[in-house]
Every structure is written in structure tokens, then in C-alpha cells.
Design a binder for this molecule. Sequence first.
Ligand SMILES: Nc1ncnc2c1ncn2[C@@H]1O[C@H](COP(=O)(O)OP(=O)(O)O)[C@@H](O)[C@H]1O
Ligand SMILES: [Mg+2]
Length: 324
Amino acid sequence: MGRDANTLLELEQLRVYYNLRHGIVKAVDGISFTMKEKETIGLVGESGCGKSTLGLALMKILPSTVTMMGRLHFDGEDIISKSEKEMQSIRGSKITMIFQDPMTSLNPVMKVKDHFIEMIRTHIPKISEEEAMSMAAKALTAVGISESRLNEYPFEFSGGMRQRVMIALGLVLNPKLVIADEPTTSLDVNVQAQIIELIKELKRKFNMSMLLITHDLGVVAELADRIIVMYAGHIMEISDAIELYESPKHPYTKALLHSIPNTIIEDMDLSYIPGSPPNLISPPKGCRFAPRCDKAMKICREKEPPLFDVNGAKVKCWLYGDKE
Ligand SMILES: Nc1ncnc2c1ncn2[C@@H]1O[C@H](COP(=O)(O)OP(=O)(O)O)[C@@H](O)[C@H]1O
Ligand SMILES: [Mg+2]
């Protein structure tokens, strides 16, 4: 995989395993892709497929029981070999993560302004309070909140406003990569739409790259340049976003698309995918989706498919390969 000048992130056969007493959970099991500067990638898949683990691995915020293998380069630097101290200077300044539940990520006894000052001072220790406050005010205004609210506590904000504060905190140091893990999942539908609009606007303004993690293919439709569909620790399909929505290739991608709630036809029956994702301690041999796939052939249960090139997309499915 060649690295050209504007490659920001490079993963090759990345594996992230949780070593538990009763077995090894292979949450991320051989994932390869690259991300360009300013690119937005949507990472989608059902709950439990390893999306958050992948996001956390990029920042190395994982429990000590975790083993990481393979190659993970960010901005030309080898993340896996970095010490915790080195990671502390990268987190927050070069890579930030926005989580699903802004209430648990904000400290209830700290004013909003103190969250900003703490974040800024971790990376720029000698900055004056005045300068830090001016950076905070700028970030907060960018997410549509008046700077006068810096003096308030998190509980004084609504759920949507708290998520805006979290986004502002993530952006205050102008990171190159923002990982947003289900940023709209805990919000109601109207607020969700507002946050999606906000993210769109901020992407234009701040020019950062973004990994947008969600279980809902509907959320990333307007935001992502490319989509990665993940299932049971594997990538099933990588494709340009428009291509993926217009012409999904993997049977799993098709099933996911069919399960997007349609807001116009409210009472339309959602087709759901029968069965449930496999146990990641002992996943099925062959294609991990085969047990739930209505197109599964004999080979699918026996041999793991590679990612085949199909019209510019990559698809991990024997329907697209020579089955030798
Ligand atoms: N801290 C942890 N310790 C052990 N197993 C974990 C931990 N976090 C996640 N897992 C397991 O790893 C797999 C992937 O989980 P996760 O990355 O949270 O998926 P997603 O974000 O797609 O819902 C699941 O089987 C989950 O149970
Ligand atoms: Mg998750």
C-alpha cells in the first residue's frame, strides 16, 4: 500500500483482541484501509461488530488486556509502538474522539470553560487563561453556542447542546482527525438532524478528516465520502458513498440498507436481518456472515473470501470471485 503525501491514516491487517479469561475476543480482525486528509469515512455495522474498538484503537485508549497487531500509521507515525506518554500528546490535539453520551464525558462539577482550559493546557501548558478562553469562545461559537455560556455547568445544557459542547471541545485544538462514535445516537430525531447539519458545516470550516462511526447507514449518507461496512471484526465492503447507496454489493450491505427506517413511509415494515452476529471468541469459519446470508454457497461456509475489486469497490464476498 503506497503512502502518498495526503495519506493521513494507514491500517494494514490491524487486529485488536481482548484477552479474557474464557477466551480471546477478536473484535477487530485484520482490517486494512487508508484515509486521506480531509476525507470523511463512515464506519457502519450492527452493534458488537468492532466499530468502537477500532475507533479506540486509533487513539490507543484500550484496556491493558488488549493486544494490538498489524500496522497502524497516523500522519506517518507508528501508533502501535508509541508509549502512553507519547499518545497523550497526540490525543486531543491531533486525534480527538467524540462519544455517544456527552453527559458521561463531561464532568458535572466543572464549568464548561474549565473543560476547555483543562483540554487546552494539557497540550499548551504555558498558555494564559485569557488566551485559552478566547480559543474556547471561538470553538463554542463555531458550534452555535454563545460564549456567555462558558460559565455554566453541563447540567444547564440540553442533550443536543451538550453534544455541541463535546464537539467544540474536540475541535478546539484543530485536530487532523476526528473520530465521532455514534454522535447522534442518544439524541432525538430533530436534534440528530441539527447535529448532522452542524458536522457538515464544521467539516467545511475546519477541514479535518473524520471517521464517523454509526450503526445507522442513514446517518452517514450525507456526510461520508466513503463507507466501510464492518461485520464481526471484518470489513465486508468499502466503497464510495454514492456508489454504496446506489449499488450496494455485499449481501450484508444490502440487508443493512433495507433496514434504514424510512421517515416518509412511517409504518413501512422494516426488513430486518434474521439471526444475530457471531460470537467473536469463536467466529464461524469461512465468511462470517454466511450463517445469516440468503445467498450463501458451499464455499462461503468453508473458506474466508478475500476483498475482491468490484467496479472500484472492494467486496469480501464469494459472489464476486472465482471460486477456484
Ligand atoms: N472492554 C472490553 N472487554 C472485552 N470485550 C469487549 C470490550 N469492549 C468491547 N468488547 C467486545 O468486542 C466486540 C466489539 O465491540 P465494540 O467494538 O464495542 O462493537 P460496536 O462498537 O460495533 O458495537 C464485542 O464482542 C464486545 O463484546
Ligand atoms: Mg460502539
